[in-house]
Every structure is written in structure tokens, then in C-alpha cells.
Write a protein that binds this ligand. Structure first.
Ligand code: FES
Ligand SMILES: [Fe+2]
Length: 434
């Protein structure tokens, strides 16, 4: 039957894979060991909880900020607003070849030092009184230095550093002065799960951003469950991510990875492109996968797809995987490419959302067309999710109930919330990760 593993409860000998996976006999929630109780709604609307999250989660966790390809050579830099804190971060590729983030604030009287969103510079000159800094953050020059006082010591007046670390091309920062755990320790099992992953098209992102009328977790939750697919995405991926075999688009796999988690979504292996739909036929390469459209046919995609974390169960009913990194970053792996989502809290009821689709530089017209169709399709699907979020948030704030009820395909939400609550209650990061 071509399906390798189920990994939940043992397959009874007379049971077909389809029956086992999609009829509710195997429970994913059980494998997470978090029970089945309803989950509190308060964290999705409480101002106090929002402040607690800022302090205990965003103030202590390693936070993804960019790909190394965004700052590819010594001298390149980007400026990124870290929205929960209103902090401007200057992230540089230093002369020595390191990636280092700084508070983008001048040690003289506090001005923003770099106003450009990105660029290339060996030194930065503050626009206010022209103090200059190397891209290692060291203070190089002070106009009319003689008119200052002996208390001004050059070595004390470099740009303030933000702890920075990289993993497989992903750059992370940490607002603890001295992070309690390294990025490696923080990533834990997710680092092993994705180890050696090849990310096709990593230097070529298509980026969409939006400010949403929803708590960041309301938004994030919409991208880690499949239960809504047949309803919210009825007209786009309703027939490719669900089928008669699995009408409610139940997950085909899910696994906790320390503070993080991964889930695999169902794909309708029997889906056949309507030959009259010339556009879709052009965007498809005969993949038996739920998303049908892929962003690339390049040979390197084979290398990417062979990774053990992509379709980990080697299921013929697979469409894509979602690897969710705590607290607010997702790496999604589909048949021909990867894409990422990130959710930054603004207030208890609003957030900033960014999605990046990474595609190879097209080498043929067909490939270019496939990419355009792929991006248009997934863009359409994302818009369906985003439109719905305001109604979820409004309802959560309206609710006369204190809890929500999660089903098995919503297990990642249960795990995400359990980790969030754990971090808010833990005195130390080590305790939160234990
Ligand atoms: S504030 Fe930067 S040089 Fe004065
Ligand atoms: Fe969705």
C-alpha cells in the first residue's frame, strides 16, 4: 500500500491504513500527553497575559529575525522593528564575518543610528551629531571629542549588542542580557528533526505582510490546524487537502519537539487536475500531493524532498508539513518549496503577520509560470485565513464561555498553548524547557 509508518497506535492486521489514520482510532493528542481538557480563552484577550508573554516569552526566548541570505556578505545589514517591544534592531554581517544584532540606538543621546531598512556599509554614522561606528558596533569617531569630559570612554560607547545566534541559515536574537540557554539548547529536538535540511530558493523570497485584528496566538493557531480547511478553504484547497477518504482533512501526523512541534497534513492522492483547467494543469507537475501546485521542478528539489522531516511518514496521503518553532515562527515544507510564517504581538488584540514564500530563480518560462500560479494560489488561501481571524478574535472577546474545545487535528494548538503557559509560569528558561 506504499505507506511506511503510522506511529500512533499499532495497526490492527485487518485494518487498512485509511481506516486507521482517518477514522479517529489513532489519537494524535494522546502522543502529546497533554490530556484532553478544554483550553482557557483568557490568554487570547487578556491585557495582563499579554504583558506577561512579553516579559517571560518574548523577553527570554530565542526569536527568529531573518535568513542569512538577507545579509549575505560582510557589510550587509538590515534594520528590523521588534514590535512587541518597539525596539529597532540593527542586524549586521560584520567585517569579521559574524552576524551580530545591535540596539539601533546611538550611545550619545539615543538617536536611531541607521534609518535605511537595509544596505551595505563598513561603518555607520549617526545622523544627529555624526558619531561613527564600525559594523562590529565599536565607536570609531566623535566630532569635537575634546569638548567632552574624561567620563567619555570610547570602549564604553559602542552600540549595545543584542545576543545573536544562527542555525541552518536562520538568524535568532535574544533580549536576555546573557541568555540562559544557547540557541541549540533552545531548539533542542527541532534542531535534530530539521538537521541538514536544504532550503531551496532561500535567497529569493516573496514577502507579504499584514497588521491583523487578532491576538498573535489566534492568528498563529489558524496555521497549525487542518480542521478548518474544508470550510474556510472550500473553494481553493478543499478538494486537494480533503477527500471522500478524509472529508474533514484530519492530520496524518503530529509530534512534539520540545517547546516546538511538527504536523503533517493530508493530501488527496486521488486528485486529478481537470484537463479543461489549462491554468492549473500548467502549474502542476503530476505530483500526487494535496497542494498540487509546486513552485519548482528543479533537480535540487529532489534533494530537499528526500529529507526525513519532509513527509516523515512517507505517506501517499501527504500534502505538506508545518514545523512550528516556539514561540512565533513556522517553517512549512511542501512538495517543491518551503515557506515561513511569523506572528508578532502588537497588543492583546492585534498582531503583525509576515509570510515569505521562497522560490528558486526560475530558469524556464514554465517554471516561472508555475511559481506565479503557486504564489497566487497559496496567497489566496492565506487571505481566506486572514479574513477569518477578525471574526475569531471578536468572538473570543465576546464569548460567554471561559474555554475552547479542541479536537485531535487541533493538537498543535493544545501543545502551543501548554508551552506558552509553561513559559509564563517558569522562573527560569531552563525550567520552561525541562
Ligand atoms: S545622538 Fe548620535 S551622535 Fe548624537
Ligand atoms: Fe487555513
Amino acid at each position: 500500500m506504499g505507506v511506511k509508518r503510522l506511529g500512533l497506535t499499532p495497526l490492527e492486521s485487518d485494518m487498512t491504513v485509511a481506516e486507521h489514520q482517518f477514522t479517529g482510532r489513532g489519537t494524535l493528542t494522546e502522543t502529546f500527553g497533554l490530556g484532553t481538557d478544554p483550553v482557557p480563552l483568557e490568554p487570547y484577550k487578556s491585557k495582563d497575559f499579554f504583558e506577561l508573554e512579553k516579559e517571560t516569552i518574548f523577553g527570554r526566548a530565542w526569536l527568529y529575525v531573518c535568513r542569512e541570505e538577507e545579509i549575505p556578505a560582510p557589510g550587509s545589514f538590515i534594520v528590523k522593528d521588534i514590535l512587541p517591544f518597539g525596539i529597532s534592531a540593527l542586524i549586521t554581517h560584520t567585517k569579521a564575518g559574524r552576524i551580530q544584532a545591535f540596539y539601533n540606538s546611538c550611545p550619545h543621546r539615543g538617536s536611531i543610528v541607521v534609518k535605511a531598512p537595509e544596505g551595505n556599509a563598513s561603518r555607520f554614522s549617526c545622523p544627529y551629531h555624526r558619531w561613527t561606528f564600525s559594523n562590529e558596533g565599536d565607536l570609531l569617531g566623535v566630532p569635537d571629542k575634546e569638548n567632552f569630559f574624561p567620563t567619555l570612554q570610547k570602549e564604553d560607547c559602542g552600540l549595545a549588542k543584542i545576543a545573536t545566534s544562527t542555525w541552518d541559515g536562520f538568524v535568532f536574537i535574544n533580549f536576555s542580557k546573557e541568555p540562559e540557554v544557547s540557541l541549540e539548547e533552545f531548539l533542542g529536538p527541532v534542531k535534530d528533526h530539521l538537521a541538514g535540511m536544504y532550503y531551496p530558493g532561500a535567497s529569493n523570497p516573496v514577502v507579504y505582510t499584514a497588521v491583523l485584528d487578532a491576538n498573535w496566538k489566534v492568528a498563529q493557531d489558524a496555521f497549525i490546524e487542518s480542521y478548518h480547511i474544508p470550510h474556510i478553504h472550500k473553494n481553493t484547497i478543499g478538494t486537494t487537502f480533503a477527500s471522500k477518504l478524509n472529508p474533514y482533512s484530519r492530520l496524518i501526523g503530529a509530534k512534539p519537539l520540545g517547546a516546538h512541534r511538527t504536523i503533517s497534513l493530508f493530501g488527496n492522492a486521488d486528485y486529478v487536475v481537470d484537463p479543461n483547467n489549462r491554468v492549473e494543469a500548467l502549474g502542476t507537475v503530476g505530483e500526487k500531493a494535496g497542494s498540487t501546485m509546486t513552485a519548482s521542478t528543479g533537480e535540487d528539489v529532489e534533494r530537499y524532498r528526500n529529507h526525513a522531516a519532509i513527509n516523515p511518514d512517507a505517506s501517499e496521503h501527504w500534502s505538506m508539513d508545518i514545523h512550528q518553532l516556539f514561540p512565533n515562527f513556522h517553517i512549512d515544507t511542501g512538495p517543491g518549496s518551503f515557506w515561513t510564517h511569523q506572528f508578532w504581538p502588537l497588543t492583546e488584540s492585534t498582531c503583525f503577520y509576515e509570510v515569505r514564500f521562497y522560490v528558486n530563480e526560475a530558469t524556464t518560462i514554465r517554471e516561472r509560470l508555475m511559481q506565479e500560479l503557486f504564489i497566487a494560489r497559496v496567497g489566496e488561501v492565506v487571505l481566506e485565513d486572514l479574513e477569518n481571524l477578525q471574526w475569531t478574535q471578536k468572538g473570543v472577546e465576546t464569548s460567554g464561555k471561559a474555554v475552547m474545545h479542541l479536537q485531535d487535528s487541533e493538537v498543535a494548538i493544545r501543545h502551543s498553548m501548554s508551552q506558552i503557559v509553561k513559559w509564563t509560569k517558569s522562573a527560569t528558561v531552563k525550567e520552561a524547557l525541562a
